[in-house]
Unconditional design. Structure first.
Length: 167
């Protein structure tokens, strides 16, 4: 299914417990798309809904634009924790969904892993792939671990110590 069909399914079938679907402010979406290198299917998803929650549970979510930017820029929420190309775009249970902008025009830009780490992320393809697999598995997680062997690390390099700290 494509993003439009996926969102229609989520809205139509009560099983998914989709809370509300709100469209983003056009200016906010336009600014977000112009500032970040985003894949087309993710842009399409955000044009339909500025994030959403499944199963009426906050830990099954695609983040809204404002929260994604806040996580990227604010050190309190992890800004600077990941390499510059990484955007945290969602949360599924205790796992973060990361979008690697440097791969956004490939079929392998979305990664999932422990929200408390920058290591051991698994590639799950695209946002469309991830949501289709979630539908196929009827929301059972962690479906993404099946057959995965390659792990990715996205931790930002530590800044060098200041000369004053070396005394």
């Amino acid at each position: 299914m494509n993003i439009d069909e996926i969102m229609q399914l989520f809205q139509r079938e009560p099983f998914w417990g989709l809370d509300k679907v709100k469209r983003p402010e056009p200016a906010l979406l336009e600014r977000f798309v112009s500032q970040y290198d985003l894949p087309e299917d993710y842009i399409r998803l955000l044009s339909i809904s500025d994030g959403f929650v499944l199963f009426h549970a906050g830990d099954y979510r695609i983040s809204d634009i404002s929260w994604t930017v806040e996580c990227y820029t604010n050190p309190v929420y992890g800004g600077g924790t990941f390499v510059d190309s990484i955007l945290e775009v969602g949360m599924f249970m205790e796992n973060s969904l990361l979008l690697d902008q440097s791969r956004s025009h490939t079929a392998n830009y979305l990664f999932i892993g422990d929200a408390d780490s920058t290591d051991h992320y698994l590639c799950v393809g695209t946002i469309t792939d991830f949501l289709n697999q979630l539908i196929e598995e009827k929301g059972e997680i962690p479906f993404w671990e099946a057959g995965q062997t390659d792990l990715f690390s996205f931790g930002a390099p530590e800044p060098p110590p200041s000369p004053d700290a070396m005394c």
